[in-house]
Design a protein around this ligand. Structure first.
Ligand code: TXA
Ligand code: MG
Length: 346
């Protein structure tokens, strides 16, 4: 199959109208989309990803009004969308238009992506566009065009080129259909922010508690029987002390990578000393190993780099990725959740 890789929103909107599958960037991660009005096209998305059929898709809209046309939007639902959309918030709402995918569900997950170009593309498709994250089921979501092309060129009809994702982790999912609103998936919009509008928001305990992370006892997220967001390499969550210790003792290792806030001058000095003893080509090799060390300064930067780092580690056949625990505070909730999921034992 020939994949049209283009920034022409019109051409790529036409593909969706014709019942084809198109990958597009959002502010969170890339999505793999089909028309919500076309069941067969949506089912193809499941096939391409290898996604279990019982996991429904998010419908992406260009405006609050277009959501109201097909879903019942309560006063509070509207307030949430006005405050957090366009942006990384997905709401589960009662569905009015029963013909929309998935037909057998009374509810629809809705979200308005932040990038105006993407909203224009959705508008041109006639909308909405149903899309899970663009990744093979179980693997980390993708945040770089190059990775998307590597996995999906020849498997989908189109790839839309636009601004790359910046948040790096998937949207916060909030259900408004039960007796109380509940947080189904943590993300960049955090439960504390949501509680300003939803004081009775139900937040599963492990999402907000803060047990100290340790290499030996990685706490499990709720309901995560299945491995998600995980690279092939084994991910280890480490406290700052453990992270620094592992750098100082293992920085020579060719099959280990690190991502976190802390750095050890001792480890770097050891590395540099080694390299100066080598020939120039060896030196280059030595320095390329620094690609397997990613230093971040905020939780947000950590989240934005995480999945692409996982991808590059797998490409270089890294066996173990040591991740420093995120800092308590802004950005902690969603990042911590993704790291825990990635670290679940295989
Ligand atoms: O940031 C994101 O949300 C990205 C971009 C592409 O928008 N999408 C994404 O989709 O992460 P996906 O399919 O990987 O995750 C959607 C989540 C799943 O956990 C799914 O179970 C849940 O939303 N979901 C979808 N429809 C639902 C519904 N009607 N009721 C409950 N949960 C639903
Ligand atoms: Mg996903």
């Amino acid at each position: 199959m020939k994949t049209l890789i283009s920034s022409d929103v019109r051409l790529l909107a036409n593909l969706i109208q014709e019942g084809k599958v198109v990958i597009f960037p959002t502010e969170t991660v890339y999505g793999i989309g089909a028309s919500t009005k076309n069941e067969a096209a949506c089912l193809r998305v499941y096939e391409i990803k290898g996604r279990p059929k019982d996991n429904p898709l998010i419908a992406h809209f260009h405006s609050i009004e277009s959501i109201e046309e097909v879903c019942t939007l309560s006063e509070i639902g509207k307030k949430l969308l006005e405050k957090f959309s366009p942006g990384p918030l997905t709401l589960i709402l009662p569905k009015k238009d029963k013909s929309l995918f998935p037909k057998d569900l009374e509810t629809l997950a809705v979200r308005i992506p932040k990038n105006p170009e993407i909203r224009e593309w959705i508008r041109l498709t006639g909308g909405p566009v149903s899309a899970p994250s663009a990744n093979l089921s179980g693997r980390p979501s993708l945040t770089k065009l190059a990775d998307v092309v590597r996995y999906f060129d020849g498997k989908v009809e189109g790839i839309l080129i636009a601004e790359e994702p910046s948040y790096g982790i998937e949207s916060t999912v909030v259900s408004l259909v039960g007796e109380h609103p509940s947080l189904l998936r943590p993300g960049s919009i955090e439960s504390e922010e949501l509680k300003t509008l939803l004081p009775d928001l139900v937040v599963p305990n492990p999402f907000e508690s803060s047990p100290t992370l340790s290499m030996s006892s990685v706490p499990l997220s709720p309901g995560t029987k299945y491995k998600h967001y995980a690279p092939s390499a084994q991910v280890i969550l480490a406290s700052t002390e453990e992270f620094i210790y592992s750098l100082e003792t293992g920085f020579d290792s060719k099959d280990t990578a690190w991502i976190g806030f802390s750095f050890s001058q001792k480890a770097l000095n050891g590395k540099l000393a080694q390299n100066t003893e080598k020939t120039s080509t060896k030196e280059e090799e030595g320095f390329s190993e620094f690609d397997h060390f990613s230093i971040v300064s905020t939780n947000e930067e950590y989240a934005s780099k995480l999945y692409a780092f996982f991808e590059s580690c797998d490409l270089s056949k890294i066996q173990t990725i040591i991740c420093e625990a995120p800092k308590l505070g802004q950005g902690w909730e969603g990042l911590r959740n993704r790291l825990e999921k990635a670290a679940l034992k295989k």
